[in-house]
Design a protein around this ligand. Structure first.
Ligand code: TYC
Length: 103
């Protein structure tokens, strides 16, 4: 419909609620030749809230394929988990590596 002379198209459109999901990040463990399997299983159980069975499957995937996803989280949580895992591994003098990737 045409505008009347004193009107223009500057009116704000009604806000439409569009819930934005936060960008998600995968937390991965990388394989190495030195970190004991039992330590890795305990890390996955403790930091990623997995059962013993789930943790063992993830550890074996990392061991055979080189890397594996332990969980997917918003960026700040993913970064915190990565830092906690690396810090715990270094405290125990294991070279375990943990990284994040955009999901
Ligand atoms: N490859 C290690 C070993 O044979 C086990 C291991 C699994 C290490 C997963 C790291 O993220 C890892 N002891």
């Amino acid at each position: 419909m045409a505008n009347k002379p004193h009107e223009s198209n500057t009116a704000l459109k009604p806000e439409v609620a569009k819930p934005k999901l936060p960008p998600m990040f995968k937390v991965l463990l990388l394989n190495d030749d030195y970190t004991p399997m039992e330590f890795v299983v305990e890390v996955i159980e403790h930091f990623f809230n997995k059962s013993r069975e789930q943790a063992t499957q993830i550890m074996l995937k990392v061991h055979t394929e080189g890397a594996g996803v332990c969980g997917v989280y918003p960026q700040d949580i993913a970064e915190t988990k990565m830092n906690q895992v690396v810090s715990h591994a270094r405290t125990s003098q294991h070279p375990l590596q943990c990284i994040i990737e955009m999901a």
